[in-house]
Design a protein around this ligand. Structure first.
Ligand code: OAD
Ligand code: ZN
Length: 243
């Protein structure tokens, strides 16, 4: 049995399929990942751009970086991996997507049950009051100010050292525990606590299917390892599943 057939069988037999995704799933949409030689963290310092300390030091610089990413993400389209997951949900096989991505591409592809562990780049929140808003494009002037109280607005994403949104995390843990098959797609598995999702599922007896061109700390838990880019693999997978 080839690896494509093995994954197709695993999915067909599953009773509660859940997906856990990272930056790699959006790579074929033209959005850079964080780690690796072409990754964002090879060029930029996460401490300066994705931490509360960095934001306090230079909110303009942080916002310029987010504006650049919003432009990039705004132009990007869901690729066959996002679209494949949407199809799997539509036909009732996939129960939830747990993602570390802030790009919103899972929802744009059509998935309804998406648990965004690290927030969403298309939302802003005030650093002082309870103001929150959705945005469709980057702010015209940076850093943007809160219309309610005049303080700074920040992207509603999780920065280094910050806790995950509690409700989303609780739900993600529950979905991971319920899963009997977990598709782990395009994540290095290096950022905690998100990286605990596959470990928890595995400890509960869930079968881990990893889709990632490279080896990761999750690979040793995986029952099936697919060493291909997610987009091209899903194209074939959806054809094979005839859904
Ligand atoms: P990383 O950049 O750490 O890892 C991306 C993974 O995707 C790597 O393991 C690559 O091998 C894999 N990959 C690359 N191209 C791929 C493709 N076409 N198909 C499938 N996989 C591919 O990204 P994450 O694991 O998502 O957090 O990083 C986790 C968190 O670290 C992010 O959410 C972000 C970052 O700092 C915050 O900003 C809080
Ligand atoms: Zn405010």
């Amino acid at each position: 049995m080839d690896v494509l057939e093995a994954v197709a069988e695993k999915i067909k037999e599953s009773r509660y399929l859940v997906a856990f995704t990272g930056a790699g799933i959006s790579k074929e949409s033209g959005i850079p990942t964080f780690r690796g030689k072409d990754g964002l963290w090879a060029k930029y310092d996460p401490e300066e751009l994705a931490s509360w300390r960095g934001f306090l030091k230079n909110p303009k610089l942080v916002w310029e970086w987010y504006t650049w990413r919003m432009d990039l993400i705004g132009k990007a389209k869901p690729n066959p991996a996002h679209l494949g997951l949407a199809k799997l949900e539509k036909v009732g096989i996939l129960k939830a997507v747990i993602t570390q991505n802030v790009d919103g591409l899972h929802r744009r592809a059509g998935n309804k049950k998406v648990l965004e562990l690290h927030g969403n780049i298309w939302r802003v929140k005030c650093v002082s009051c309870d103001f929150k808003d959705k945005v469709k494009e980057p702010p015209k002037e940076v850093p943007p100010k809160c219309p309610k109280c005049g303080s700074l607005l920040r992207p509603d994403v999780v920065w280094f050292g910050e806790p995950l949104p509690r409700d989303v995390w609780t739900e993600a843990v529950m979905e991971a525990m319920k899963s009997d098959v977990l598709l782990v797609i395009g994540t290095s598995g290096l950022v905690a606590p998100a990286s605990m999702v596959p470990t928890m599922a595995h400890q509960r007896g869930s079968s881990i299917v990893e889709i990632n061109p490279e080896d990761t700390p999750i690979s040793s838990m995986a029952e099936i390892k697919v060493r291909s880019p997610a987009g091209s693999f899903f194209k074939e997978l959806i054809e094979r599943l005839r859904i």
